[in-house]
Design a protein around this ligand. Sequence first.
Ligand code: G1P
Length: 222
Amino acid sequence: MQRLSSFYPSILGANIHYIRQKEPKGLGHAIYCAKSFIGNEPFAVLLGDDIVYAEKPCLKQMIEAYEEYKTTILGVQEVAREDVCKYGIIDGKHIEDRVYKVKGLVEKPSVEDAPSNVAILGRYIINPAIFEILEHTEPGKGGEIQLTDALKELAQREAMYAYNFEGRRYDVGDKQGFIEATIDFAINRKDLREGVLEYLVNVVNRETGNVVENEAAATNEN
Ligand code: G1P
């Protein structure tokens, strides 16, 4: 979690604090554990199993939205209807390019109960008023104290927006997602691209018996 006021200095000078959540009581409880560290400031939450590849870093996009709207911003993207049960889903009104005004939220609804297919994908900038709500938030979905439930109450008290960020999001908590992210991040690095592509082509050829054109090898020959 990151206080916004210390975001820019800390990425330059790495000023890292950590707080251990002693019991697995849910994301809302984990956030509440950081209350004394955050104090009375807006803060960013980045869930470690959601990785975003974007030209402009996702958090920067979110901070810009926060600077415009000066209130809680949820990082969202549309997901397939059948996947709504994996995410916090917003009930929102599309107000301008990439921005929704949030009216309500539901944690991991069934397809039938989902108010939309716009899902929170592990990025949030939250006003500190969330802490007094988390203090009394009862366990919800899965018996855990859900951040989504506390955000729903916050949205009833003050304005909240969702920002449809640009970029590809990977769920690295999922084995396939972890592998896809590793490959895509590797081939987007100049120092790794050639070797990794060559390896992938060899794997595909070996496993399928096909002969796939090897961009890396072609580049070498030229
Ligand atoms: C958490 C949140 C959920 C959010 C998701 C994003 O769920 O509770 O609202 O959409 O992260 O990845 P988890 O994946 O921890 O079950």
